[in-house]
Design a protein around this ligand. Structure first.
Ligand code: C5P
Length: 234
């Protein structure tokens, strides 16, 4: 999935966090050749189902399906198989589902599908971990789950920009690191708390950036993409 030749443009994933397929497709049409990967998450997928995946894929874009799978191994393996048939290129899975679930997922995936593991959600705090019976620090839990994912054949991780550097150091250059929680200097923070700029995230070792509202809520989304790419290039 990774290549040293990947251009900055191909490292941008735009989050289609919209309530209806019409709104999502209108943005895809405006961005057309400026963006090559779109993230379809729980909101849009629940509202619009596999049809929206097919419709965005039909424009030639790649699809990152962010469903954060976590279930018994057989069910997850079947869902991974179905996502492969649907034609998505990236699919998320919760690493806390454990070894058997992760291995079942890895063996059910088609070669063209990349599984991306979620370590600890960035909305979680140390208190969230304690309440759910996890006594490690947040950072060591992130590293432990990242290592487990790698051992089980999960090729990439979704990570906070603040954890990119340590994950890259611990897990090596082969693992693909994808980070949301990035904000260009000129954009509103929205509800993101511990964000970095896109350039900082890439410098720390991120392979892909997931960006939503700075583009999707911009008055001119295409100009926002161009500005963002210029900022990274600078
Ligand atoms: O609009 P914004 O750029 O904040 O969108 C970021 C996207 O990345 C959203 O789809 C959000 O759900 C997702 N995300 C995130 N933080 C995480 C995991 C996913 O912002 N830790």
């Amino acid at each position: 999935m990774k290549s040293a030749m990947t251009s900055v443009r191909d490292r941008l994933i735009v989050a289609l966090d919209f309530p209806t397929p019409a709104k999502a497709l209108a943005l895809v049409s405006v961005l057309s050749d400026a963006v090559s990967i779109y993230k379809i998450g729980l909101q849009l997928y629940t509202a619009a189902g596999p049809e929206i995946v097919r419709a965005v894929a039909a424009t030639g874009a790649k699809i990152f399906l962010d469903l954060k799978l976590h279930d018994i191994p057989n069910t997850v393996a079947k869902a991974v198989g179905a996502a492969g048939e649907l034609g998505v290129q990236m699919l998320t899975i919760h690493l806390s589902g454990g070894r058997a679930m992760l291995e079942a997922a890895a063996s059910a995936k088609s070669p063209s599908l990349s599984l991306l593991g979620v370590t600890v959600l960035t909305s979680s705090t140390q208190e969230t971990l304690s309440e759910t019976g996890v006594s490690s620090t947040l950072e060591s839990q992130v590293i432990r789950l990242g290592q487990l994912g790698k051992d089980c054949g999960i090729g990439g991780l979704i990570t906070s920009p603040h954890e990119v550097r340590v994950l890259r150091e611990r897990l090596g250059s082969e693992i693909t690191l994808i980070t949301p929680g990035v904000r260009p200097a000129w954009a509103a923070a929205d509800d993101q708390k511990r964000f970095t700029t896109p350039a900082e995230a890439l410098k720390s070792g991120a392979d892909y950036l997931v960006i939503g509202r700075p583009i999707t809520a911009a008055a001119d989304p295409r100009a926002a993409v161009e500005r963002l790419l210029d900022e990274i290039a600078d």
